[in-house]
Ligand binder design. Structure first.
Ligand SMILES: Nc1ncnc2c1ncn2[C@@H]1O[C@H](COP(=O)(O)OP(=O)(O)OP(=O)(O)O)[C@@H](O)[C@H]1O
Ligand SMILES: O=P(O)(O)OC[C@H]1O[C@](O)(CO)[C@@H](O)[C@@H]1O
Ligand SMILES: [Mg+2]
Length: 477
């Protein structure tokens, strides 16, 4: 039993089991030939017991269940299949990176090229220069294991990236003209939306081309998946800025260190960097409203903390408190993302002005903005391993004939996820979750919720016995 649309196939099973399946080339091209997976005779992989994924393996999206819970939503498990839908000689792959930078982009590129070559004997891989537009506005780059050998040690993307609109028809023309049949698209929410449209156009033209997305967002705001690559590296690098702020703050009387971190709509980097550091007195994120003046406000808290400790460190996500800034920028970047005001600078001025006006406490404030430093670095060891698995999951899926999917770990198991599931909403810090409570208790900051916000937050709260539908609950405990 099930229903089909071009983005996602819903299959219903026993006891409330639902599979949100990804499309396959055979959905619109009948009678495609299959080939035995070359990994069967690969010296490294052939000895692995159960290396191949069973065609029926699926991954549960919700793993905390009650005795009577329905089995719930499942996704197709990623990994190599016994049968593949591409002959090695036939494959002509391409890779494109779009959106902002993120640690690990080069590792994903490297591992797609090396995985295709070493596992599947594929030797035709093209790099698209400068994001989506590069498909039709620039020359391509030939990618071989030799070319990409060392790139994981460098930040950025060797292919270049861009924001801003693109022409889907021209991209698919370019794919068709060049004889490309596997397209690997690395990028954030905007990029994955673009990938979904490219897949639709390819399908409309009936082309045997697999489209595989690899989600990239330093902000960790892509839903469904456990975590996005580069996030850990960014949190680690943020520690250096927080340490510097702490050293500065503790070295003067009433020292205040302010650190601004990335996070337009989601405060994960700020939250995790704060929790990891333990030197932070206050963390401000877009999901948690705050106010400055009066009882219970931020300025009162700053004064209190300085009186208690003689110094304080504030971490603020770039999207926090934007509603408080008097001038709201009504500008957008080339991709239509709202441009934000520098909230770090603003809050630094407001704190300094407040204490200067009061004239009762002299403070020294240092503002550190490591925004681009935390994303322009190479990925750390654990992100490198993670990027390797993402790349391999993506190419196993494409070789097995799946298309129109993005890949990522769901409860620790790599899965193929329909594009619409990762683009329909953004992953955000839930301020009524235990993780945010842990943060509040580690910094001992007030929640800054005024009575109205309190009621709003409570309204969203589930009754204690109800299981949350949460895709990617931050709370793994
Ligand atoms: N709604 C959309 N539909 C189709 N394509 C889109 C959409 N939004 C963005 N794109 C395409 O995706 C590309 C990247 O988008 P964007 O600049 O928003 O970055 P992103 O992928 O969201 O990454 P980041 O996490 O850095 O914001 C753009 O070049 C644009 O052409
Ligand atoms: O300055 P750019 O390249 O547009 O990117 C900035 C944005 O990209 C992000 O890192 C998302 O990828 C945001 O946190 C940040 O605001
Ligand atoms: Mg985006």
């Amino acid at each position: 039993m099930g229903s089909v649309d071009s983005q996602m196939k819903i299959v219903n099973g026993e006891a409330g089991y639902v599979l949100e399946d990804v499309p396959h080339l055979t959905d619109y091209i009948p009678d495609l030939p299959t080939y035995p997976n070359p990994l069967r005779s690969n010296p490294a992989y052939s000895v692995v017991k159960q290396y191949f994924v069973n065609v029926d393996d699926t991954v549960a999206q919700k793993i905390v269940v009650h005795k009577d819970s329905p089995r719930g939503t499942h996704l197709r498990r990623a990994g190599p299949r016994q049968k593949v839908y591409f002959n090695s000689d036939e494959v002509h792959a391409c890779i494109v990176t779009c959106g902002g930078l993120c640690p690990g982009l080069n590792t994903v590129i490297r591992e797609i090229v090396c995985g295709l070559s070493y596992m599947y004997g594929v030797n035709k891989v093209l790099g698209i220069d400068g994001g989506y537009r590069g498909f039709y506005a620039k020359n391509t780059v030939t990618l071989t294991p030799k070319v990409v050998n060392d790139i994981h040690k460098r930040g950025g993307t060797i292919l270049g990236t861009s924001r801003g609109g693109h022409d889907t028809s021209k991209i698919v023309d370019s794919i068709q003209d060049r004889g490309i049949n596997q397209v690997y698209i690395i990028g954030g929410d905007g990029t994955q939306k673009g990938a979904a449209v490219i897949y639709e156009e390819i399908r409309r033209r009936g082309l045997k081309v697999s489209v595989a997305g690899i989600p990239k967002t330093i902000d960790n705001d892509i839903p469904v998946i456990d975590k996005s690559f580069g996030f850990d590296t960014a949190v680690e690098e943020a520690q250096r800025a927080i340490n510097a702020a702490h050293v500065e703050a503790t070295s003067t009387e009433n020292g205040v260190g302010v650190v601004k971190l990335m996070g337009r709509f989601s405060g994960f980097i700020a939250m995790y960097a704060t929790l990891a550091s333990r030197d932070v007195d206050c963390c401000l994120i877009p999901e948690s409203p705050f106010y400055l003046e009066g009882k219970g406000g931020l300025l009162e808290f700053v004064e209190k903390r300085l009186k208690e400790n003689g110094h304080m460190v504030i971490v603020i996500a770039e999207g926090a408190g934007q509603d408080l800034l008097s001038e709201c920028l009504n500008e957008q970047d080339a991709s239509g993302n709202k441009m934000l005001q520098d909230v770090g600078l603003w809050i630094s001025h407001r704190i300094k002005d407040h204490f200067a006006r009061q004239n009762k406490m002299v403070l020294t404030l240092k503002y550190i903005d490591p925004t681009y430093m935390i994303r322009a670095i190479p990925s750390n060891a654990s992100d490198n391993v993670y990027c390797t698995l993402l790349a391999q999951s993506a190419l196993h899926g494409a070789m097995a004939g799946y298309t129109g999917f993005t890949v990522g770990p769901v409860n620790g198991r790599h899965s193929y996820i329909p594009f619409n599931r990762v683009t329909e909403k953004q992953n955000k810090v839930v301020i009524t979750d235990r993780m945010w409570a842990r943060l509040l208790s580690s910094t001992n900051q007030p929640s800054f919720l005024n009575p109205k916000d309190c009621n709003e937050a409570k309204k969203e709260e589930a009754p204690p016995t109800q299981l949350l539908e949460g895709d990617n609950c931050n709370d793994t405990s």
